[in-house]
Design a protein around this ligand. Sequence first.
Ligand code: SIN
Ligand code: MN
Length: 198
Amino acid sequence: MHLPRYLSIERQRQVIEECRALVDGATPAYVPVVRGGGRMHVRMLCLGRHWNGKTYQYEPTRSDFDDRPAPPLPPAFASLAREIAAAAGMSLEPDLCILNYYDAEGRMGLHQDKDESERSIAAGRPVVSVSVGDTARFLFGGLKRKDPVDAIALESGDAFVFGGPARLRYHGVTRILPGTAPRELSFDGRFNLTFREY
Ligand code: SIN
Ligand code: MN
């Protein structure tokens, strides 16, 4: 379910402030190098639990990078994700968030979010995605990589929720549209937050 402009400009501003402080904080965002040796095209910071790009598993500390513990999931972020899940008619008890910063060159290949617990995935607990800043061209496909995809513009303040039978649908980001963030945010690039229940 796509919830366009779910967040008011004021709430977008608050999310951006918090994200900025987190990605440049004591445990900063970094560019993961994944299993095959490729660098991702985002700066990533996991909150609550760390997703290890080498093992594709969650862990408490960043053993693929600097061994620092994943910073906690801020309670205000967790309530925002619960609120959005409820607005989409689903329920989520988020215990982790993957926060990604996309610059003008940022992108993410087509993939499934399937590294959470079997229980969570089988129950169809949703992934709640929140975007702020520049617009992204987001692809949402089917349960098989080769299924047809829809291209959706995810704009600043949009939420996107996929749970239940859609929980394992392929998705990705082909490009960022630089300079499309609302001017009053004075922000370049895009933060995307995906909240999940491990
Ligand atoms: C993701 O799939 O993890 C990120 C999606 C997005 O940036 O919209
Ligand atoms: Mn994903």
